[in-house]
Structure formats: structure tokens, C-alpha cells
Design a protein around this ligand. Structure first.
Ligand code: C2E
Ligand code: CA
Ligand code: CA
Ligand code: CA
Length: 278
């Protein structure tokens, strides 16, 4: 019995050890990536389908690992968010975004540049002050910046967050509710915060045209957004049928592969130019 126990003990030890080492190495690789500025912004256009023009874009991080291997967010964002490293990644990303987009010739200067933030970042007022300073120092107006705050993670202090959101709004930065309906409290966030926009998750857009009996969830979110007088942006729009359905139901701000994938800066710049000529 002792031998069997020792044997299983060893196995457990090796498994735990393996996972700790793997986490540690991801941690140090991300740290290295931050100093080497391997995190770069891709830009996905958001289209105003009603006006047939660009509304703006969402900034989506890509990890250009060792300068040669492209790693997508799903493989490092969850760890970065839970460990707090996301703060440093966002700093690198924001710096690059402000630099690159300042040379874009928008149709007018009202295009909105949307950046993903997690509740923990938003609750830190001192850090938000530094972020705002960075934006003010750039040639991009804070009015052109929005933060998408995911509801996949919860806030620890709703009142504190509400103060920061008001501060940002006073600076011209709007906060949008991201992944609305998928996580912790859309309703309580809307109750507590001064939010003007919500992003409808791909999960709900996917139910359009599939005879999915859950289409009523999407319809309810849209009805809710309308009642609340909120601007709505649908994400993950892949087909004309989805786009038409959303437009018919009053959701004219749309983002998805039907219009464009997230683009590297040079491609994004071309996309903006081509859209102006339309
Ligand atoms: P998200 O904020 O919901 O972003 C939308 C995701 O859907 C992006 O995935 C985008 O590439 C993808 N997408 C857009 N249109 C379509 C479509 O038509 N079809 C399909 N299949 N996918 C579409 P991505 O870039 O892989 O990012 C995944 C998630 O990682 C994001 O989801 C966001 O939660 C997180 N993320 C990305 N960048 C950042 C960042 O800078 N900071 C933080 N905190 N999270 C980020
Ligand atoms: Ca987002
Ligand atoms: Ca989203
Ligand atoms: Ca989403």
C-alpha cells in the first residue's frame, strides 16, 4: 500500500510541477514580449451599414512572438488578464495604436477607436489618469477613443468603477459594454454606470437564419438596448443575411468578417482610403 501511495504521490507531483512550470514560462515569455514590444495592434473596421460608411475600428492584440510567430489572443489573454500582465500589454498596444492611427486620413475626425479593457484596469483610477495623459499627448482626440469593458470578468467595487467611468466620460472617452449578455451582470452594470453603448456578442448574432429557437435572446437584447436608448454594435457578422436582419431591427453598427477581418496597420490604412471613395 505504501508503495502504491508513493507512486501516485510522485505522479501528482510531476503533473503539478509540469503545470506550474508551464505557467511560469508563459509568465516570463509575456514579460519578455512586453519589453521587446512584441504585442501589436490589429484593427477591425466597424461599419455604419445604414450610412454605408466607417464608424471606426476595434483594436485587437496580436502577439508577434520572437518576431516570427503569430499568437492569437485566446492563447495568452486569459492568463494575462488573470495575472495582471494585461495592464502592461495594453500600455504597449495603446502606445503603438496612437502612433499608427495618428497618420490615418479619416473621412472626418469622428471615427471611434475602441480598445479592450478589463474591470481591474478600469477600477484603477491612477492608472486610468496615466492612460488619459498618454492619449492627450498624442495627436488623437480623447473623443475618438472608447474603451470596451468586458462582462466576462466582474468588478470588485461598482461604485469606484462608476466614478472612473464618469471621469473618463468627462475627458471625452466613452465606455462600451462588451460581450453583453454573456457574463456577469449586464443589467447591474447598466444600472450602476453611465454607459451609452453595448456590443452584441457573436454568440447571439450566430442564431440569425439558423432556425435557432434561441433567436429570441438576440431580439430581447436588441429590444433592451433600444429601451435603454443605447447605441448598439453587433460583432461577428459573417453573412449578408445576418447583416440585413440586424439592420432591419435597427442595429446598423456592425463588425465582422462579412466586412473585414482584423487588419494589420498597412492594410487597415488602405481599407480606410478605399472606404472614403465610396
Ligand atoms: P472580443 O472583444 O469579443 O473581440 C471580437 C473577437 O471576434 C476577435 O477575436 C475578432 O477577431 C473576432 N471576430 C470578429 N469578427 C468575426 C467574425 O465575423 N467571425 C468570427 N469567427 N470571429 C470574428 P480575437 O482578435 O481573437 O480576440 C479574442 C478576444 O480576446 C476578444 O474578444 C477580447 O476579449 C480579447 N482581446 C483581444 N485583444 C485584447 C486586448 O487588447 N485586451 C484585452 N483585455 N482583451 C483583448
Ligand atoms: Ca471587444
Ligand atoms: Ca466583443
Ligand atoms: Ca465577443
Amino acid at each position: 500500500l505504501f508503495i502504491v501511495g508513493a507512486f501516485f504521490g510522485m505522479i501528482v507531483f510531476f503533473i503539478v510541477n509540469y503545470y506550474i512550470k508551464r505557467k511560469l514560462s508563459l509568465h516570463s515569455l509575456i514579460l519578455k514580449g512586453i519589453t521587446r514590444k512584441e504585442f501589436i495592434p490589429y484593427y477591425q473596421p466597424i461599419i455604419d451599414v445604414y450610412k454605408n460608411e466607417m464608424y471606426g475600428c476595434e483594436v485587437l492584440v496580436r502577439w508577434w512572438f520572437n518576431g516570427k510567430e503569430l499568437i492569437l489572443p485566446d492563447d495568452f489573454i486569459p492568463y494575462a488578464e488573470n495575472s495582471g500582465l494585461i495592464i502592461n500589454i495594453t500600455d504597449v498596444l495603446l502606445e503603438k495604436t496612437l502612433m499608427q492611427l495618428s497618420s490615418v486620413n479619416w473621412q472626418d475626425s469622428s471615427a471611434i477607436i475602441s480598445i479592450n479593457m478589463i474591470p481591474g484596469q478600469l477600477e484603477d483610477k491612477q492608472h486610468m489618469r496615466e492612460v488619459v495623459d498618454l492619449i492627450i499627448k498624442s495627436s488623437i482626440s480623447p473623443k475618438q477613443i472608447a474603451f470596451e469593458i468586458t462582462e466576462r470578468m466582474s468588478f470588485s467595487d461598482l461604485d469606484k468603477a462608476a466614478t472612473v467611468i464618469d471621469y473618463l466620460k468627462a475627458q471625452g472617452i466613452n465606455v462600451k459594454l462588451d460581450d453583453a449578455g454573456t457574463g456577469y451582470g449586464s443589467f447591474s452594470y447598466i444600472q450602476h454606470f453611465n454607459l451609452q453603448s453595448l456590443k452584441i456578442d457573436k454568440m447571439f448574432v450566430d442564431t440569425i437564419g439558423t432556425h435557432d429557437h434561441k433567436l429570441f435572446v438576440l431580439d430581447s437584447i436588441i429590444a433592451f438596448g433600444k429601451k435603454a436608448g443605447m447605441e448598439m454594435i453587433a460583432e461577428g457578422v459573417e453573412t449578408k443575411q445576418q447583416s440585413d436582419y440586424l439592420l432591419q431591427n435597427g442595429v446598423y453598427l456592425q463588425q465582422g468578417f462579412y466586412f473585414s477581418e482584423p487588419l494589420k496597420f498597412e492594410q487597415f490604412r488602405i481599407f480606410v482610403e478605399q472606404n472614403k471613395r465610396k
